[in-house]
Structure formats: C-alpha cells, structure tokens
Design a protein around this ligand. Structure first.
Ligand SMILES: Cc1cc2nc3c(=O)[nH]c(=O)nc-3n(C[C@H](O)[C@H](O)[C@H](O)COP(=O)(O)OP(=O)(O)OC[C@H]3O[C@@H](n4cnc5c(N)ncnc54)[C@H](O)[C@@H]3O)c2cc1C
Length: 319
C-alpha cells in the first residue's frame, strides 16, 4: 500500500499526542507515513517523527495557525493530489473538524469523521453515530479516502525501526480569506486538553456551587486529570464552557471518566460514552448514570469525593 498521509497539528510548537496516534496507526498497518506540517521551521520535529516511522515530511510555509483554514485546506488538497496519497488521516479535533471536510470537498473525496477504527484494506471506518447509540461501519469508495480519528483511540507506540524523514518544503499563500481568526483564547492554564485527556474528573449540577469544583480540582491534580462538567453545571455558572462534555460540548475518550453529581442524561453520555472505564458518584441510586457506569458509588459527593481523593493520594504516592 502507498504511504499514509498524516496531518500534523501543532500545539504551542509541539506535536500533539493525537498525531502520534495517527503515526502509530500508519506503522501498525505496515504503511510508511507522509507527515504534512504547516510551520515555518520543522527541523525540531524530524527526530520525533522519525521515531514513529515517518519517511517524508512535507513542510508548508506561509500559513500560520491564525491563517484562514480554507487556505490550508486548499494547499493540503493540492499536496494529497500531487503526492498521490490514497489515504489521508487527521485528528478529530476542533481544527480537524474544520479542516478535513473542506479538503474532502476540494478533492470531491469520501471522508469518514470521528473514527474509532479504520480498516484500510477494506476501506471501512468504524464510528459512533446518533450521539453514540449506534456504532456504524462506513465503507468509503473512491480515492483518496479521508478520515479523522477520535483522540485517545490508539496508544502511541514508536516504530520498530526509526527512520530519517526527508523534508520537502512548499510555500502557500493565504489568498483572500473568507473568514479570519481574531484571537486565540487559551483554556484553563496548566490543565490538560479535555479531548486528549487520559483521565477526566467531571462535575454536574450536584456540585451545587462554583467553589465546590475545587474539590474536583484536587482529585484531578492528584490523578493528573483534566476537569470536565455537564451542561447544567456550565449553565449554572459552576464551570466554564470549555469544560462542557456532551452533545453540544466536547467529545472525550479517556481511559477513566469520574462523574460526580451528574445524572447521566443522553446528551451528556453522547460526549463520554467511549470512555474505557466510567465511575459515577451520585446520591440517587436510580440516577441513569449508574446504568452506564462500570463502578458506582451511591452517596453524598461532599462526603465521598474527599475520602476518594485521600485514598487516591495514597495510591498515587505508592506509584
Ligand atoms: C439539545 C440539547 C443538548 C444538550 N447538550 C448537553 C451537553 O453537551 N452536555 C450535557 O452535559 N448536557 C447537555 N444537555 C443537557 C442534558 O439534557 C441534561 O440536562 C444535563 O446533562 C444535566 O446535567 P447534570 O447531570 O449535571 O444535572 P442533573 O440532571 O440535574 O443531575 C444532577 C445529579 O446530581 C445528583 N446529586 C445532587 N446532589 C448530590 C450530592 N450531594 N451528592 C451526589 N449526587 C448529587 C443528583 O442525584 C442528580 O442525579 C443538552 C440538552 C439538550 C436539550
């Protein structure tokens, strides 16, 4: 099979962990990877990408992260065509969701988004649909085939043999932007991005007050976790919008999701259903979250969470 095209998203000048998942997908499928990076400087990434089996880096200069995404999509579509890349993968991030459909439209190519599995031989992608109620298998016909992968689907692994990728530089121009990013506002400083987090501690309306989220922060700090919230908690002003998990918030895919004072409405579940292990703390034994949780604690979270945090601290200290 030909080289797998991978869109590398940088965050504060670093390759995101989710991109390493895409590169792992490539070498696990016996494919060499062609990594496309929009950056003025790529020398700093050569060794890291080589460790994940990348054999070619295509550096695109002239379009920084604030550049119109349509210009990036146009250039990426040209690169996919010129390089004859039969398959191209990106991350199902906010940027990936904005970018990849534009690329697909320009190439008139099939696109499967939010995949949790890709069978390149059959051209079949596995993805949750109807807010996670159904897992669909979607067959893509024609070439090139485009995919976005849900973060935390694959554990990043270096390739058996490291490579020294060849770097090819191309320049792009913005043209006439149809929209423009005016400002990039950072999320809560020091916190892990929810969509990439391995562990999430999340609070709902049951937290009753903004200050009570400090309790969850303490647990999150102990576990190295990100902080999430239900929409009810966000609407009540206990948490910020960027923390919202669910149908109209972020889709997360952690190894461990701890839901405190969250009832488990379908719209919340839609955003965290694929979590590997769900733990729920709720005082109502009939709360729907318990039907979906792997472990449930029926009790007052104001009593349970501090005890749980203390116990977790002991365990984490032992590690
Ligand atoms: C179109 C649409 C989109 C939506 N999108 C989203 C979305 O993206 N994300 C989302 O989360 N919701 C979304 N919602 C809202 C969703 O339907 C629910 O209203 C919301 O998820 C409820 O949040 P909650 O579980 O925090 O609150 P509640 O449903 O009020 O549940 C609070 C829970 O806390 C428990 N509790 C209270 N006190 C304590 C205590 N001391 N100790 C332990 N437990 C306690 C209660 O037993 C209860 O189960 C959407 C709704 C619509 C219509």
């Amino acid at each position: 099979m030909s080289s797998l095209g991978v869109y590398i998203e940088l965050k504060e000048g670093k390759v995101k962990k989710t991109n390493l998942e895409l590169l792992t997908l490539a070498h696990q499928n016996g494919r060499a990877a062609t990594a496309v990076i929009f950056a003025e400087e790529v020398n700093g990434y050569v060794e890291e990408l080589g460790a994940y089996g990348v054999n070619q880096i295509i550096q695109v200069t002239g379009l920084d992260e604030a550049a119109w995404v349509g210009a990036r999509a146009q250039k990426l579509a040209e690169i996919i065509k010129e390089q004859g890349l039969s398959d191209f993968v990106g991350t199902h991030s906010a940027h990936g969701k904005d970018m990849m459909p534009r690329v697909a439209a320009r190439l008139e190519a099939p696109l499967a988004t939010d995949c949790i599995g890709i069978d390149f031989e059959q051209g079949v992608a596995t993805k949750p649909i109807y807010a996670g109620k159904v897992i669909a298998q979607v067959k893509l016909t024609g070439e090139p085939r485009l995919f976005t992968l849900r973060p935390n689907t694959i554990t990043p692994e270096k390739a058996a043999t490291a490579t020294t990728p060849e770097v090819k530089t191309v320049t792009a121009t913005v043209g006439t932007p149809l929209s423009q990013i005016k400002e990039i506002v950072k999320g809560v400083a020091g916190r892990i991005d929810l969509t990439e987090a391995q562990i999430i501690v999340s609070g709902g309306r049951g937290m009753k007050d903004k200050d009570n989220f400090k309790m969850l922060e303490e647990m999150a700090d102990c576990l190295g976790a990100a902080l999430g919230a239900s929409r009810a908690a966000v609407d009540s002003g206990y948490a910020t919008q960027d923390m919202q998990v669910g149908q109209t918030g972020k889709t997360v895919n952690p190894v461990l999701y701890i839901a405190c004072g969250i009832s488990g409405a379908i719209q919340h579940f839609a955003g965290m259903k694929t979590s590997k292990v769900i733990v729920a703390v709720n005082k109502d034994p009939e709360a729907p979250i318990f039907k979906k949780a792997d472990f449930g604690i029926v009790g007052d979270l104001f009593e349970v969470v501090p005890v749980l945090t203390e116990e977790l601290k002991k365990v984490m200290k032992g590690n």
